[in-house]
Design a protein around this ligand. Structure first.
Ligand code: TYM
Length: 332
């Protein structure tokens, strides 16, 4: 059976981008594959969270994983830092990752542009740690959103390079995966590209947002004065709302509003009201489970303890083999 590995950083509440880009695929995949899903707390250290915030957000992501339907009986659910083997593998793989290729990574360049005061080495070598998450369990399928595609390409580069250097056929190639034919990119409400926390809370619909909050955010999304000629193309701040509707509404509903747009009869108030209703419905089940799971401290502990044990067993086998391949043998 193929192995699936994926994770989400613990930077706060999960939004619809995380859900439709990654988490919803996790939930489906657990029925078909051997799955490892983790909370990437080590990756989130690049932004220097306070210890308290780090702790709270890790817990929050675990709760939202479970509320979305991840089943600890089917998948291994764990916190990345509970398996320190990944940090050891990261050290080895860093010897073999080159400055030029790391500097060319799109996500790195974006971060340098948006956060010039915090260009740390962890940010530069972020793709190496991500590759290690996957290689640690010999993952071949990685459910992620479109923005992570390049990181998967780098993962293959690092794994193949290791194989060539040590003349082994050890690491397998991993590929980004989505049940849609294309990797997903969920736009934000502000119409400034993909939904993401860095664009502010108003850009994101969080899984834990109350119904009234979802409605308020959507009704406040900026639109324009409406189309003035038939079939005109949509500006980004309108297209994003249609793209979101495509994800949460029925085909008929989408076609109805597309047609109203094309004939210049659309009323954005009605359009957004429908979008809000459908979005509330699409996330209702997850939202309703978040509070219940949040209260069940024992359950959360049990899930993570068991997950850590299972992930550690897989990781320690890999590290034993990697040390052997590299030639790190004890002389005593
Ligand atoms: P992160 O935490 O930024 O995002 C988690 C997942 O959510 C997806 N995503 C989106 N998909 C579609 N549209 C959006 N607007 C959107 N926003 C976020 C991301 O593509 C991702 O799948 N590097 C990863 C975490 C990670 C990882 C790994 C993933 C660490 N190690 C190993 C897979 C395998 C990240 O930063 O995701």
């Amino acid at each position: 059976m193929e192995t699936v590995v994926s994770g989400i950083r613990s930077t706060g509440k999960l939004h619809l981008g995380n859900y439709y880009g990654a988490l919803r695929n996790f939930v489906k995949m657990q029925n078909e594959y051997n799955c490892f899903f983790f909370i990437a707390d080590l990756h989130s250290l690049t932004t220097h969270p306070t210890p308290q915030d780090l702790n709270t957000t890790v817990r929050q992501v675990v709760v939202e994983y479970l509320a979305s339907g991840l089943d600890p009986e089917k998948s291994t659910i764990y916190v990345q830092s509970d398996v320190p083997e990944v940090a050891e593998l990261y050290l080895y793989m860093n010897m073999n990752a080159y400055l030029g290729e790391l500097e060319r990574a799109t996500a790195f360049k974006d971060k340098v542009r948006s956060n010039p005061d915090n260009v740390n080495a962890g940010l530069l070598t972020y793709p190496v740690l991500m590759a290690c998450d996957i290689l640690l369990h010999h993952g071949t399928k990685v459910p992620v959103g479109k923005d992570q595609e390049q990181h998967l390409e780098m993962t293959r580069t690092f794994g193949n390079r290791f194989n060539r250097l040590y003349e082994v056929d050890y690491f397998k190639e991993a590929f980004a995966f989505s049940y849609n034919d294309k990797l997903v990119k969920i736009p934000g409400l502000s119409g400034q590209g993909k939904m993401g926390k860095s664009n502010g809370d108003a850009d994101c619909i969080y899984l834990s947002d109350a119904e009234a909050t979802v409605k308020k955010k959507i009704m406040r999304a900026v639109t324009d004065s409406g189309p003035t000629s038939p079939n005109q193309s949509k500006p980004e701040s309108i297209q994003n709302l249609f793209d979101l509707m495509k994800v949460v509404s029925s085909e008929d509903t989408l076609a109805h509003f597309e047609s109203l747009y094309n004939t210049c009869e659309i009323r954005y108030g009605d359009f957004k009201k429908q979008l809000a209703e459908d979005m509330i419905l699409a996330t209702q089940e997850v939202r309703s489970r978040i509070d219940d799971i949040n209260r069940d401290e024992e359950y959360i502990k049990k899930v993570l303890q068991r997950g850590a044990e299972k992930a550690q067993a897989s990781a320690s086998k890999t590290l034993r083999e990697v040390r052997e391949i590299i030639g790190l043998k004890k002389l005593y």
